[in-house]
Design a binder for this molecule. Structure first.
Ligand code: ZN
Length: 294
């Protein structure tokens, strides 16, 4: 009896360690691909972040990687933030800047927020000879999210307003793609208070959601571009009332300066502190009112 316990324990140990090794191997392989592709992130930069492979896989079976910065013992976080880069595979800077911010968090994570960071939602779009916006099924992931009457909204919008531009193809049905499906499942599990999605190259801040938008992050000013049917902003911000901050960097292929990278981060953290939850919003706004001359 005792011996069989030992064998079961040994078997479980072997299974879990093999599994951990497999996941490490997956991350190493993916970091090699990412570091070889991006100019501003090398293989070691990627490995240093200690990403984990989720159970999410792209169309071509690449793992969707994540880094968690969990709550720390000394304080309870103000809220949960999901930070996403690389929804579009040809927006290199949107992936690289998320790696830079993870480096900042690695050094300074203070437990102010509970972060989940996904630097590259669309690995198949980025990690190919010629990077592309769309995924390996030629779908724009940022048009593949569910909404009411999707065929007559997202699909219709693509046909009518984009003239069937292949760069904006929303797919054959909502959540037809494994990457967008993984993201929705992850939103359901993590239940973030705010989502920050990084794109390029419009050089502005866009916002969808229930609270006051950030007016300015670094040198990027608020400019509401409108909410496209099937986009993450529409799905999470409008339908599910989870604030979605969209950071549109000025160039897809050129990184902002280090100062600008830090300025955007600082302003974003400040905005998050004041807006991440209903309570934070009310508190920061009542302070402002008290401070105002009557
Ligand atoms: Zn984009």
């Amino acid at each position: 009896m005792f011996r069989s316990y030992i064998s079961i324990a040994l078997l479980l140990f072997t299974l879990t360690s093999v599994k951990a090794e497999d996941i490490d191997e997956l991350v190493n392989k993916e970091c090699t691909r990412i570091g070889s592709k991006l100019g501003s992130v090398n293989i070691q930069d990627c490995l240093d972040v200690n990403l984990t492979a989720t159970d999410g896989r792209s169309v071509n079976n690449a793992p969707i990687l994540i880094k968690e910065y969990p709550p720390l013992q000394r304080r309870s976080p103000l809220g949960k933030v999901l930070l996403i880069g690389g929804i579009h595979g040809d927006e290199y800077s949107s992936v690289s800047i998320v790696f830079k911010w993870m480096k900042t968090l690695d050094q300074y994570h203070s437990g102010l927020f509970h972060w989940h960071v996904t630097p590259l939602l669309n690995p198949d779009g980025l990690l190919r000879r010629k990077s592309q916006r769309i995924n390996a099924n030629d779908v724009d992931l940022n048009r593949n999210f569910p909404m009411d009457d999707w065929e007559n909204t997202a699909l219709k919008h693509w046909e009518t307003f984009t003239g069937r531009n292949p760069r904006y193809y929303p797919g054959k049905s909502p959540l037809s793609e494994p990457e967008s499906t993984w993201l929705v499942n992850h939103i359901n599990e993590f239940n973030p208070d705010v989502i920050v999605a990084v794109h390029a190259p419009h050089g502005i801040v866009d916002y969808d959601g229930p609270r006051d938008a950030p007016y300015k992050l670094g040198r990027l000013h608020l400019n509401l571009l409108g909410t496209y049917p099937g986009s993450l902003g529409n799905y999470a911000g409008i339908q599910r009332k989870i604030p979605v901050v969209t950071i549109e960097l000025p160039y897809a292929g050129i990184m902002p300066t280090n100062k600008e990278i830090n300025d955007i981060w600082r302003d974003m953290v400040r905005w998050l502190s004041e807006n991440i939850t209903e309570e934070a919003y009310i508190e920061s706004h009542s302070i402002n009112q008290d401070a105002a001359p009557s």
